[in-house]
Design a protein around this ligand. Sequence first.
Ligand SMILES: [Zn+2]
Ligand SMILES: [Zn+2]
Length: 362
Amino acid sequence: MKEEWVPADTLGCLMREINGLMHETTDSMNDMAGHQQNNINSIFRKGDSVYYLAFSFLFFNKSGSQLTERGAVMSKVRSVKNVWSRMIDKNKELKNVSKIHIDLIERLEKAEPSVAELNLSREEAEGKLKEGIPYLEGEEDKIELSSAVIQFRELSSWTGLGDSRSNFKKMGKKAEDMEIHHLLKAWLTGESRTIDQFGDKFHLPLDVLFVLVRYSLLPTLHEYAKEFDQTKVFNEEAWMKDYCPVCGDQHGLAEYRGSERFRHFRCLSCAGDWVFWRIACPHCDNRDHNKLSTIFIKEEKGSFQIDVCDECNGYVKGINKLDPSSPIFLLLDDFATFHLDMLAREKGYFRVPVKTGNLSKM
Ligand SMILES: [Zn+2]
Ligand SMILES: [Zn+2]
């Protein structure tokens, strides 16, 4: 394993680059005339990076089942704002990212994730895992999507949608609930034709549409992830796969935890949590340590790393953590580390889609 150390200054430069791209987005957020010049999605249209918009923040909303009172939800949003404000004190470059993020939170606090239970027997759940099948795969008909439909519509006017926002807004007004329901279901089952047709009908760029679908589904899928936890059938050492045991999506980021600094993958579609080998590439399964390296980034607070593979040019970004992040902070971590993705890309590494699991088929 090779190691490379990158000074935090380098990341500051990248953050400024991101801000340059986002500048007009935040301007327009403050502009009631609503010029449609948002550029946030231009960042994410740079190849595979579109993915990174996809996982953030719905948990800021009401994913905790106990958070049924508005007061509790509000304090959740406030605590997120407080964390951002502390982070911005240390790094002003994060301000624009935080605005987009908070805008999302506030939009999504309106819908409660409604959840029907999957109610798989212990044997059924264990049997699936044994065959490498995620908990939700094949159960798509049972997934309660009514809340996700509401959230999808609400998000259709999110300021982070970039220059396609006006088309999304029109769609948000015109699309029938049933159409949105079909779209979300198609995402879960990997039927790309339905998604393409929806995009065509409302003149929506597919990459941005993907982002919207993921955000809309996140609180709902997280409810199922909690149910999955409660089944207690999951054996981390027996899984060790590159995709989420709950929803089948690709790992979003890594947390290095515990005294052994195990590499835990976190799913940004449902907040699933599982362990993966330290010396192995999740994208191509390369285990040759001569072709694996780590780029370490030391910042004032927290330390980060990017594990890269010279076999497939894939990467995983990671954060040192004492404990698993709650969904709220998992997403915060993700939003606050877009610059790591930029750095990886700048060095020629990419996220490589995995081939297993329904969500990852997209
Ligand atoms: Zn997942
Ligand atoms: Zn690889």
